[in-house]
Design a protein around this ligand. Sequence first.
Ligand code: SAM
Length: 243
Amino acid sequence: MVINCLTTFPEFISSIRDYSMIKRAVDDNKVELNIVNLRDYSKDPNRRTDDYPYGGGTGMLMTCEPIVDALDSLKNKGKVIYLSPAGRSLDQELLNELKEEENLTFICGHYEGIDYRIVEEYVDLEISIGDYVVSGGEIPFMIIVDGISRLLPGVLASNISYEEESFYSGLLEHPQYTRPYDFRGLKVPDILLSGDHEKIRLYNLRKSLELTKNKRPDLYEKYIKENDNKDIKKILDRKEEEE
Ligand code: SAM
């Protein structure tokens, strides 16, 4: 997958190539990260990419020309995405959709954002990382690339499965514990040491259901509606001491 990113702050983003899942995805040629400096497409003697907004208002706006020239220079543009508070909210479902794309191009806004003609004429999708405003599209971009990278086949270590992580199944992940067994009197649930894989699977599923019910009742209701399977009924009816 080729991921292009149009930004006025390329140095801010470049370092993500050197860390964690994105590094693995890039090293394994699963992702080609092409970071494009919008200033390279500015005709301004000072390499500016912003100007005053028509109609007044505080702050500057990113101009059309450097963005369009940068888009025109790309060989594998794919879907063009503008990172914007007005966009579709980012969630696991959207990341799963994005991971299927061959090529993606992200536009990072800055200052007050970008000229709206870009959004209307050149953008296929707007994505928001939540109902709040950050200073630029660079951090939202990094979040999305990280989220996509870990979904690509072979990027996560073979003993880790994203299907078991929060949100993929529609539930939050069950609690997990590591050594020591007894930390200042706080003990790991004994069932996890039993070696009985089926019992552990059902226990973890029950904990996952409980956690989701308590912390994200909205997700829980949706999950119960969509998953009317026997396991869930069995688990919900079960008392802890029966395990
Ligand atoms: N004036 C804009 C508004 O009120 O909607 C906010 C501009 S913001 C300071 C600058 C840039 O940060 C935006 O153009 C966008 O690219 C990015 N940005 C800010 N918040 C975002 C969010 N929640 N999701 C995605 N991108 C965001």
